[in-house]
Each structure stands twice: as C-alpha cells, then as structure tokens.
Design a protein around this ligand. Structure first.
Ligand code: SAH
Length: 245
C-alpha cells in the first residue's frame, strides 16, 4: 500500500516512521510512504501556501490552489467530479478537527485501499473547497485541536499500516487487539497481559495463565477483557454488537 502525505513540514515525519513496525514494513516493501512538500506547488517567489480568511478573523488559511495542483499531479488520473478519487483505487483524506472520528473500523476500511493521500492542514485550517471538492473524507483523530495535521496523519498511517497483511510478524496478532471485531475482543478492549516474573513485588500473575489449559485461558481472557471494558470503556459495551467492522 502507498501512503502519500501532503505537508508544509516534510521533515516532521523522519521520526514517526523510522521505528518499529512501520519502518520495517517500509524497508521490506510492504508499504511505501511518500512525503510531498506542498510548497513545491506554489508559483510565487515566496512560495506562499496560506492567505487571510475572507470575512476577517484570526489566523491564516491554507489556499486551495497549491493543494489541488499537488493532488492532481500526484494522481494525474484522478477523475474530476469523482471527489477523493476512490474510483482510481485511492482516497484523498483531509485531516481536520471537524472531521469524522477516526477509529479501528475506519482503519480497517482504509487498509483495503490501494493508496491514500493525506492532506495536513496548518494554521486556522484549510480552504473549505478542499473538503468539498477534493477530499473523499475529513478525518479527525479526536475531540481536541492540534496545531497541524502531521501528527494526525502519522496516527492514521500507523494504525492502518499494522493491519496490512504481513506487517505484523504474527498474522493473527492484529485480530486480537482492542476494538477489533475478530478474536476474543469482539470490539471490546484487549485483555490484560502479564510476563515474567510470575511474582513481582508480591503481585502474582493469575494462576490460570500458568496452567497450560488453552480453553480455560481463552475463557479467562475473554472475561477479563469484558471486565476491563466495563470498568474503563462502558461506551464500547453499549455499542455492541458489531457496529465496528
Ligand atoms: N480552526 C480549526 C483548527 C485548525 S488546527 C478548528 O477549530 O477546527 C490546524 C490543522 O491541524 C487542521 O487544519 C488539521 O489539519 C489539523 N488538526 C487539528 N486538530 C485535529 C484533529 N483533532 N484531528 C485531525 N487533524 C487535526
């Protein structure tokens, strides 16, 4: 899968993508991350990407021109009138505090796309015509305001990347994680995990995990996952069954 990122801070992504799972997957060719500098599509001497908002008010707004030009040159086959370009096997997504909330179900859906192009906003945001006529979707990673879409894009890419076939060493491990409909979680939180030592400062690991009875362990984990969900995330129990994917 190919991820494109459109940003005014290309160097931002050196950190997030050079560790662990995502970096390994990129090195083995399971995914590709291509970072595009929005300023490459400016035409004026100052390479300006922003301007003052119509109607007045604080801050600056990212102009539509360079963003449309960039997307159209990254994906020249994108059909006009097919916002987001999904018919061409890819989706344009705008990171935005006003977007639909990103969750595991959305990560699953996005992991089935051939390519994603993520547009990172800055300043007060992005000219609304990008959301209306260019992006397939506006995505928010949570109910808070960040100073730019870069962190959000890194979050989305990390969550989607680990769902791609072969990216996690153990094929089944994504299925058993929190929020996944598959595995013991059934859309709930993952069960708690313990490792050695079995007795740490007098706090003992549950006995049943040490007895080697796989069926008993499976049922025990399912019960703990449910208990932890009820305690910390009762909203997930209320949402049952299966409105995630
Ligand atoms: N004025 C906007 C916030 C702009 S923040 C508002 O009040 O809604 C600048 C940029 O940061 C946004 O364009 C967006 O790309 C990014 N951003 C901020 N919060 C975000 C969030 N919760 N999820 C995804 N992107 C976010």
């Amino acid at each position: 899968m190919t991820f494109h990122i459109l940003t005014i801070f290309p160097e931002f992504f050196t950190g997030p993508f050079s560790h662990g799972v995502v970096s390994r997957a990129a090195a083995t060719g399971l995914l590709e991350i291509r970072i595009h500098n929005l300023r490459d599509w400016t035409t004026d001497r100052h390479k300006s990407v922003d301007d003052r908002p119509f109607g007045g008010g604080e801050g600056m707004v990212l102009k539509p021109g360079p963003i449309f030009e960039a997307v159209e040159s990254i994906w020249p086959d994108r059909r006009p009138g097919s916002p987001g370009g999904s018919e061409d096997g890819g989706k344009v997504l705008l990171l935005s505090a006003q977007g639909r909330l990103f969750d595991q179900a959305m990560a699953n859906r996005l992991s089935r796309e051939a390519e994603l192009l993520l547009i990172c906003g800055r300043y007060e945001g992005v000219d609304e015509r990008v959301a209306e006529h260019l992006a397939a979707d506006e995505i928010s990673i949570g109910n808070y305001v960040l100073s730019g879409g870069e962190l959000a894009a890194a979050v989305v890419i990390d969550a989607v990347a680990r769902l791609l076939p072969g990216v996690l060493g153990n094929e089944s491990s994504a299925a058993f994680e929190s929020f996944q409909e598959t595995g013991h979680g059934q859309g709930l939180l993952d069960c708690p995990h313990w490792t050695r030592p079995a007795d740490f400062r007098g706090w003992k690991v549950p006995e049943v995990l040490l007895n080697g009875n796989h069926e008993e362990i499976r049922r025990f984990r399912q019960r703990l996952a449910r208990e932890k969900t009820a305690r910390l995330r009762p909203d997930l129990l209320a949402a049952e069954p299966g409105d995630a994917e």
